[in-house]
Write a protein that binds this ligand. Structure first.
Ligand SMILES: C[S@@+](CC[C@H](N)C(=O)[O-])C[C@H]1O[C@@H](n2cnc3c(N)ncnc32)[C@H](O)[C@@H]1O
Length: 500
């Protein structure tokens, strides 16, 4: 790679994106009836991996996997290599390479990840990305591509048009970003107060608040052309790929829509057309689509049968004397103190059963049997109740009330005598970033106190030394509460942050 990439100009900070993680992709695919490749030993390719913010934590979570990240920005690849090295991750290779010259003999991959690239590159590169997915996906492999989409993209394009127009004669990248931000703020501020457009653009601009790089590479990007879902799928289908699901599948569940709208959608026979209408209904501006080979069978929606293949986990719990089988309101609280109140017996029993085994997970058939046993006297689970249960589980996943996994989670669930977090988690804590947790399927926005503790979990400190060093690190002489260390370690173990 000799030519300089525009991404060498300004630092584009890399992040871990749970929605684009293999674990998440595997869960979504499983729910739509598509068997996912085993995670631990998978071969993973990321196109446009930037500085490895996504791939390095994945490689750390699956030490027996093999990961390859490519990006045309040589400076980003240098940082990615440095991150992998400092994170003690060896099975992760990074190459400064353009997608248009990806070697044909690179072999096949279980997961191909392309986050935030497709709609930001010219057509030839888009075509190359889809061709790589088609050529280099194993027969049972899954590809994940996120992209700016229409119709929601139209609104964002107005800010982009304004930014590009206003800064067309400015060469210095920093000044360009500064001017673009200022003109957007100025024009939005000039819109009459309390109008819909002022609210809408204000909210959109808010997404760029903390990041000059986002302004540079989104609003001022050389390429940024949203695409309609159906047009995107035309390109994918022509190469032998088909749609499995959105990574955020639960948010698109139709039971959230009014009955007549649901019926109208149900009457549309083509699933892709239904998906396109859902984008219009939700004014979607961003998609995170999972694809597989066209010859596989894909279910139109999650069902009790596909749910039977997944594992569920939740830390919600209620006081022991709470009455679950009547219609009384019960408040559940999770390990972070978030509350959820419900009064119907099925959700109450569901959360109570999951909470009772936390931090372990339950397979759906086990959970169903437990719910049935508890409710048997009141109301056995018939087809109608099961349908509602499926919807409830999907909605609960969407709101974060429970977690779903395609494979039984195998986290280290208790802190040993000298607790240890992965070197990547310690690095993230040091940098003040959110922590990649739950087998690279989630993010934990830990506060400074918890991050200070994670930074110390190098496996060399016993509890006494850990407590002493932790208190010193957060600048206090005694623990904020008795048992604070034990509680914090239990929380981290529950989040799958500890390693053996
Ligand atoms: C918006 S950034 C996204 C980076 C990362 N995936 C993320 O989401 O944080 C787009 C990335 O695609 C890379 N890229 C753009 N065109 C490319 C090409 N033709 N071949 C390989 N990488 C490319 C850029 O260098 C940049 O790192």
């Amino acid at each position: 790679m000799s030519s300089r990439s525009p991404y060498d100009e300004l630092h584009y900070p890399g992040k871990f994106y749970p929605q684009g993680a293999p674990s998440r992709i595997a869960t979504a695919a499983t729910l739509f009836g598509v068997r996912a490749p085993p995670l631990a030993t998978s071969r993973i390719l990321e196109l446009g991996c930037g500085e490895g913010g996504h791939l390095v934590p994945i490689a750390a979570a699956y030490p027996q996997s093999s990961c390859l990240g490519i990006d045309s920005s040589a400076s980003a690849i240098e940082r990615a290599r440095d991150y992998a090295e400092r994170g003690g991750v060896s099975a992760c290779e990074f190459r400064a390479e353009d997608v248009r010259s990806f070697p044909e003999d690179a072999g096949q991959f279980d997961y191909i990840l392309v986050h935030g690239v497709y709609s930001w590159v010219p057509e030839a590169a888009q075509q190359a990305i889809l061709s790589i997915c088609a050529r280099h996906l194993k027969p049972e492999g899954l590809a994940y591509l996120s992209y700016n989409a229409y119709p929601g993209g139209h609104v964002r394009q107005i800010l982009r048009d304004l930014s590009v127009f206003h800064t067309k004669d400015i060469a210095d990248p920093h000044e360009k970003v500064r001017e673009a931000r200022q003109v957007c703020e100025f024009i939005i501020g000039a819109m009459p107060p309390n109008t819909l457009e002022r609210q809408l653009f204000g909210r959109l601009l808010g997404a760029y608040n903390d990041s000059d790089a986002l302004i540079r590479y989104d609003l001022l990007a050389e390429e940024n052309e949203p695409v309609y879902f159906l047009d995107f799928m035309d390109g994918a289908r022509a190469l032998g790929l088909q749609f499995v699901a959105e990574s955020g599948f639960a948010a698109r569940e139709r039971p959230r829509l009014p009955e007549p709208v649901q019926r109208w959608l149900e009457a549309i026979p083509d699933r892709l057309v239904r998906e396109q209408y859902l984008d219009f209904i939700g004014c979607s501006g961003f998609r995170q689509s999972i694809l597989c080979r066209s010859n596989r069978s894909v279910e139109a929606r999650p069902s009790a049968a596909t749910l039977a293949q997944v594992y569920l986990r939740s830390s919600l719990g209620a006081v022991p004397e709470a009455v679950l089988t009547d219609e009384s309101a019960v408040t559940f609280r999770d390990v972070f103190g978030r509350e959820l109140t419900c009064s119907e017996p099925v959700p109450k029993v569901l959360y109570a059963e999951l909470g009772a085994v936390f931090p372990e997970a339950l397979a759906y058939p086990q959970l169903r049997a437990r719910i049935e046993a508890r409710l048997a006297a009141a109301a056995p689970i018939d087809a109608l109740t099961e349908g509602k249960l499926v919807s409830l589980l999907l909605q609960s996943e969407d709101t974060g009330a429970l977690e779903m996994y395609a494979e039984p989670p195998s986290f280290v669930l208790a802190a040993g005598a000298q607790p240890q977090a992965s070197a990547v988690a310690r690095l993230q804590a040091e940098r003040g970033e959110a922590l990649t947790v739950r087998g690279a399927s989630g993010l934990l926005a830990a506060d400074a106190t918890l991050r200070a503790l994670v930074g110390l979990l190098d496996g060399d400190r016993d509890a006494a030394r850990l407590e002493r060093d932790w208190l010193r690190a957060i600048g206090v002489s005694e623990a904020p509460h008795p048992g604070a260390l034990e509680r914090a370690l239990r929380l981290l173990a529950g989040q799958g942050l500890l390693v053996a």
